[in-house]
Design a protein around this ligand. Structure first.
Ligand code: PLP
Length: 414
């Protein structure tokens, strides 16, 4: 059944806003997504009709809040094909999910002289927690190289580094700069064969494609609600239940305990063992509604829609004088999401983004929290980036192309 993406766009109230007197075109969903009316209404409904703390109330509205929060975990579990809500830990965001693994699993398992393997296309969230852990433990942090054209992982280098036996491989599913989709199933298989645990950073994949953690086989999968239509402040760590069972708690406090004595405590069951203190209840409920919304469209339809937009944008940018595009190109759409980083010769990416802004088009410029990658892409050590989601249409890309033409005119680029 064909999906009416024009109707979907109407579900997002913010897209009626004017920016600099022009209808807002939002091309920064890789940073955070906009929210549909359904999610906004669900949060408002919670506060208006059943706001109460969860898990301990014996009165009606607390039970309703507890049920909505737990239902949300069940929905998220199905969304990524996990084994049930005990494998779904709610955290603030992907960053906190990765830090949880570094501080709990890493503290328990990484020893002096061990190796932790990541790649040169990681977001700072999947670099800095491992730097901290490596320093604390006297472990080594190693990087899988990219191919010379900086579009994808160098699989030869990956193979050699995985075969030399790291304790952990932590890698992104999709690059937030290049849009490259990594073959995480194959990479996980290779890592497991060589005895490494595997964490996949799914911050840029879960919002845009069907994810099946059982099929991937990874031990951990981290993602953020705010990039997939949900409120900010809610994120997810998936972990295999047997791995989570073996790990010590991340934070101590209420809810994560079964019993507390003066000098000791015992831990609650999964997933609550890792959720100390009052949860982000509105965020959890909002995430459940966001998952319903994405499922109602169908993740494969979303991927197809974004791929069409990406192809359209790349076909117009390719060969445009003065414009360089980073990441896989038109011929490699099967390994590319709707994230397009680009540079305009001689124009600082911040000036590019400011002129886009004047035209009412929101894009991002800078190092995109991926400095080890971005400093090598352009002399400014920064790039501009547009990124697409379900509410974008080809007309939005036309507005972006018009902004590029304006920049070329102002800076006299032929
Ligand atoms: N990983 C990747 C690939 C990202 O793109 C991002 C955010 O842009 C993150 C991790 C961190 O996400 P958050 O800031 O929501 O924790």
């Amino acid at each position: 059944m064909a999906v009416d993406f024009e109707r979907i766009k109407r579900d997002f109230p913010i897209l009626n806003v004017k920016s600099h007197g022009k209808p807002l075109v939002y091309l920064d969903s890789a940073a955070t997504s906009q929210k549909p009316r359904q999610v906004i209404d669900a949060v408002s409904d919670f506060y208006s009709n059943y706001n109460a703390n969860i898990n301990r109330g014996v009165y009606e509205i607390s039970e309703k809040a507890t049920e909505a929060y737990s239902n949300s975990k069940n929905k998220v579990s199905s969304f990524i094909n996990a084994g049930g809500m005990e494998e779904i830990i709610y955290v603030r965001n992907a960053t906190e999910a990765i830090n949880l693994v570094a501080m709990s699993w890493g503290d328990q398992n990484i020893k002096k002289g061990d190796r932790i393997l990541i790649s040169e296309m990681e977001h700072h969230s999947n670099i800095v927690p491992w730097q901290l852990l490596a320093k604390k433990k006297g472990a080594a942090l190693e990087y899988i190289k990219l191919t010379e054209d900086n579009t994808r992982l160098d699989m030869e280098d990956l193979k050699a580094k995985v075969e030399s036996g790291p304790k952990l491989l932590s890698i992104t599913h999709v690059s937030n700069v290049l849009g490259t989709i990594n073959d995480v199933k194959r990479i996980t298989e290779m890592a497991h064969k060589n005895g490494a645990a595997v964490l996949i950073d799914g911050a840029q994949s879960a919002p845009h494609m069907a994810v099946d953690v059982k099929d991937i086989g990874c031990d951990f999968f981290a993602f953020s609600g705010h990039k997939m239509l949900a409120p900010t402040g809610i994120g997810v760590l998936y972990g295999k239940s047997e791995v989570l069972e073996s790990m010590p708690p991340f934070l101590g406090g209420g809810d994560m305990i079964k019993t507390v004595e003066k000098q000791s405590a015992t831990w609650n069951d999964l997933p609550w063992k890792f959720e100390a203190g009052t949860s982000n209840i509105e965020g959890g409920i909002g995430l459940g509604v966001a998952v319903d919304y994405l499922n109602s469209i169908g993740m494969d339809n979303i991927t197809a829609h974004e791929s069409e937009l990406t192809e359209y944008a790349l076909s117009r940018l390719d060969g445009m004088s003065g414009v360089s595009v980073f990441g896989p190109g038109q011929k490699d759409l099967d390994i590319k999401t709707g994230v397009i980083a680009f540079a305009i010769k001689g124009v600082h990416p911040h000036d590019v983004a400011s002129i886009f802004d004047n035209e009412g088009v929101a894009i991002r410029a800078g190092h995109h929290c991926a400095m080890p990658l971005v400093v090598g892409l352009a002399p400014e050590k920064a790039v501009a980036r547009m990124s697409f989601y379900i509410y974008n249409r080809k007309e939005d890309i036309d507005r972006a192309l018009k902004a590029i033409e304006t920049i070329k005119r102002i800076f006299k680029i032929n």
